[in-house]
Design a protein around this ligand. Structure first.
Ligand code: SF4
Length: 461
């Protein structure tokens, strides 16, 4: 394993042998390859990987600064403790003992659910798996990571459509696309190295690039067609496209008959979205809707690409479901150059979710039913009854804590502030354990506390 400099004071011997370690940029989900040059255990230089299929020798500014993060003078190098308003250095042994003892005390006094184990979409698969295992052996489902607030809507929408919540094809496969619809995604800025593959599709395959977005983004500047839609009107927009597709018989009937269940119900629902209704909801006139529907129909295979602009809505699940249905109607799933391409935020949103670092499932989407626990107890070589004994046995309105979802990361503030009698666990949270996740994922704590208290005073809680 590559070691960070033991001491920032130690000057690396620049003519000592160079070891090249291959790694992956830890900033975003594009996953660019990195060559890290290491001398005497110190990361001295960095190059983008030229033979990597995704970045092919490119980096964006974030990736190019990767090494500096490892060496930043602002980086925490050892455990620190706040004592009388001042940060004091402490030894690892004292830190582990002090934190461990305190958490065990809380567990003893208030039940295992009083501690929240917050992991990260920056974890490797292995780390995500172990964090879930740690929470399980501690005896709580109060564990989660960033995907809850960025892409869990995608998992629900995509998995409910074709069984598994993930991007269907690679950036390299998008070179084969004839049309790409971006909705809620702006890769020119958010996933810049991914954008080179889009431009390859455009230049080499004459791919029609369509951007639907309330803002004219830098990606829109590279598009063949830009459509401005009202924020939050994605479902009506997609239904409006489908209205024209069905009206003109542009759907892929052979594909639908062979592979799709339920398209007749979609057709009946889409009939409620004629151009006048769609224009009222989305702000997009009929001629614009027709034009995009025709482009997508004339240019197959094609992809739909989305990101946080599609997911972070109260209707996020519906949005992602609608994007998938559009692709199924056009026969675009399961073919080269066709697909649902979900550009995630962090570098391992998918893996951390698959490996069960969430409050509602054990690794591999096993859920929390008794059979799932028995399976994982066996995998972990643990006695199931012992594992069961780690959890609080109280029966709450939504079941026993072991078999019901824990608190999501999006609601941890409520988990802390809520009165004990209003929460489906013995007490509110007494400790948050953060690892690879910022505390400020929920900002404006004071205001949240105030609105929580006001809601309670008004009898809403
Ligand atoms: S595009 Fe993403 S993975 Fe690639 S260098 Fe930039 S931040 Fe890193």
């Amino acid at each position: 394993m590559m070691q960070r400099a033991e001491s920032a004071d130690k000057t690396p011997v620049l003519d000592s042998p160079v070891e090249v370690k291959r790694t992956i940029c830890s900033h975003c989900s594009v996953g660019c390859g990195v060559y890290a040059e290491v001398q005497e255990g110190i990361w001295t230089k960095q190059e983008p990987a030229f033979d990597h299929p995704i970045n092919r020798g490119a980096h964006c500014a974030k990736g190019a600064s990767l090494r500096q993060h490892g060496h930043s003078t602002r980086r925490l190098k050892y455990p620190m403790k706040l004592v009388a308003g001042e940060w004091e250095r402490m030894s690892w042994e004292d830190a582990v003992n002090e934190i461990g003892d305190k958490l065990l005390e809380l567990r003893e006094e208030h039940s295992p659910d009083s501690v929240y184990w917050l992991g990260s979409a920056k974890f490797s698969n292995e780390q995500a798996y172990l964090m879930r295992k740690l929470a399980s052996l501690w005896g709580t489902n109060n564990t989660d990571h960033q995907a809850r607030i960025c892409h869990s809507t995608t998992v629900a929408g995509v998995a409910n459509t074709w069984g598994y919540g993930a991007m269907t094809n690679s950036l390299n496969d998008m070179h084969n696309s004839k049309a790409i619809l971006f909705i809620g995604s702006n890769p020119s800025e958010a996933h810049p190295v991914a954008m080179q593959h889009i431009l390859i599709a455009k230049e080499r395959n004459n791919c029609d690039i369509i951007v639907a977005d309330p803002r004219f983004t830098r990606t829109a500047a590279k598009a063949n067609k830009y459509v401005r839609l009202r924020p939050g009107s994605d479902v009506a927009y997609i239904w409006g496209l489908l209205w024209h597709i069905f009206e003109n018989g542009w759907e892929d009937n052979e594909y639908i008959n062979q592979r799709v269940y339920g398209m007749d119900e979609v057709r009946a629902e889409v009939a409620n979205f004629p151009p006048s209704v769609v224009e009222e909801v989305t702000g997009v006139p009929e001629a614009e809707m027709f034009d995009v529907a025709k482009r997508l129909s004339d240019n197959r295979p094609g992809c739909v690409v989305w990101c946080m602009g599609g997911t972070q809505h109260t209707t996020g699940n519906n949005n992602t479901r609608a994007y998938c249905i559009l692709e199924l109607a056009l026969g675009n799933i399961g073919v080269a150059g066709g697909g649902a391409n979900i550009l995630r935020g962090h570098d391992n949103v998918q893996g951390a979710t698959d490996l069960g670092l969430g409050c509602d499932s054990l690794p591999g989407y096993y859920g929390l039913a008794e059979g799932a626990w028995q399976h994982w107890a066996q995998v972990w070589d643990l006695d199931y009854e012992w594992l069961k004994g780690r959890y609080d046995d109280t029966e709450y309105a939504d079941g026993k804590p072991m078999y019901s979802p824990g608190i999501t990361v999006s609601r941890w503030v409520d988990g802390v502030l809520e009165e004990d009698e209003n929460i489906s666990q013995r007490t509110a949270l007494k400790a948050m354990f953060y690892w690879g996740h910022a505390v400020n994922s929920q900002t404006r704590g004071v205001e949240m506390q105030k609105s929580d208290a006001e809601a309670r005073d008004d009898g809403h809680r």
